[in-house]
Ligand binder design. Structure first.
Ligand SMILES: C[S@@+](CC[C@H](N)C(=O)[O-])C[C@H]1O[C@@H](n2cnc3c(N)ncnc32)[C@H](O)[C@@H]1O
Length: 198
C-alpha cells in the first residue's frame, strides 16, 4: 500500500506553485529525501517538461516506487537510494535543478552540510536548488507549531532540529549557492530558491 503523509496533502499545492517559476526552464531535477514520493508525483504531473529523479534512503524506496508506479508518469524516474552522508552518491549525471523538502530540520547539521556539498557536485552552473521547510529566523522559532516540530524531531535524533535561515544561507554560500528568492508559504514554511553559481 502507498504511504500517505497528510502534511504533503496540505502543502503540495503551494509548493508546486512556488517552484513553477524557478523550474520553468529546466529539464532534469534531482530530489533529495523524497519521503513518500508524493511531492515528486504531484509536481511531475503538473510540470510535464521535467524529468524528475526522486531519491531517499533505501528504506523509503518501496513507498516511493508505489507512488511512481501508480502515477504512470513517464517524466518520473524510478527512485534511487541516496544517503546524503555517503561519500559517493552513486550518481554520475549532472542535473539542471535540485529540490528537497522538509529534510533540513529532520537531519543534523553535518548531514545538512553533506547535502549542500553533494548537490553542488551534481548541478550545472546556473541551476536552481529549491529547499522547502520550516526555518528559524533571527535565532527564534516563527510559530509554536514549528517549535513543537523541533521538539519532536529531536526525540528521534538529538542532532536534528530547525535550522536558522541565516546559518543555512551562509552554509549555502560556502558551496557556491546564492539565495535568489525566498517565498513565504502556508503554515510558516519557506521555499528558498538558491542559484548555483560556480
Ligand atoms: C520529514 S521527511 C520529508 C519527506 C518529504 N520530502 C516531504 O516533504 O514530505 C525527511 C526525509 O529525509 C530522509 N532522510 C533522512 N536522512 C537522510 C539521509 N542521510 N540522506 C537522505 N535522506 C535522508 C528521510 O528518509 C525522510 O524521507
Amino acid at each position: 500500500m502507498k504511504p500517505v503523509a497528510e502534511a504533503c496533502l496540505r502543502n503540495q499545492a503551494p509548493i508546486a506553485e512556488a517552484v513553477r517559476e524557478p523550474f520553468a526552464d529546466v529539464t532534469t531535477v534531482l530530489e533529495v529525501g523524497a519521503g513518500t514520493g508524493q511531492h515528486a508525483v504531484y509536481i511531475a504531473e503538473r510540470m510535464p517538461h521535467l524529468q524528475w529523479l526522486p531519491t531517499d534512503l533505501a528504506e523509503a524506496l518501496p513507498g516511493i516506487f508505489a507512488w511512481v508506479e501508480e502515477s504512470g508518469l513517464d517524466n518520473l524516474l524510478p527512485p534511487k537510494a541516496l544517503d546524503v552522508t555517503a561519500g559517493d552518491w552513486g550518481l554520475t549525471e549532472t542535473f539542471d535543478a535540485a529540490y528537497t523538502s522538509n529534510t533540513l530540520h529532520f537531519i543534523g547539521w553535518t548531514p545538512v552540510e553533506a547535502l549542500f556539498a553533494g548537490v553542488a557536485k551534481r548541478l550545472r552552473a546556473g541551476s536552481p536548488f529549491c529547499v522547502y521547510g520550516p526555518f528559524n529566523e533571527n535565532g527564534a522559532f516563527t510559530s509554536p507549531g514549528n517549535q513543537g516540530l523541533d521538539e519532536w524531531v529531536k526525540t528521534r535524533d538529538p542532532d536534528a532540529g530547525l535550522k536558522d535561515l541565516a546559518d543555512i544561507e551562509a552554509l549555502a554560500v560556502g558551496y557556491g549557492f546564492k539565495l535568489e528568492n525566498l517565498k513565504r508559504l502556508p503554515a510558516n514554511n519557506l521555499l528558498l530558491v538558491f542559484r548555483f553559481d560556480k
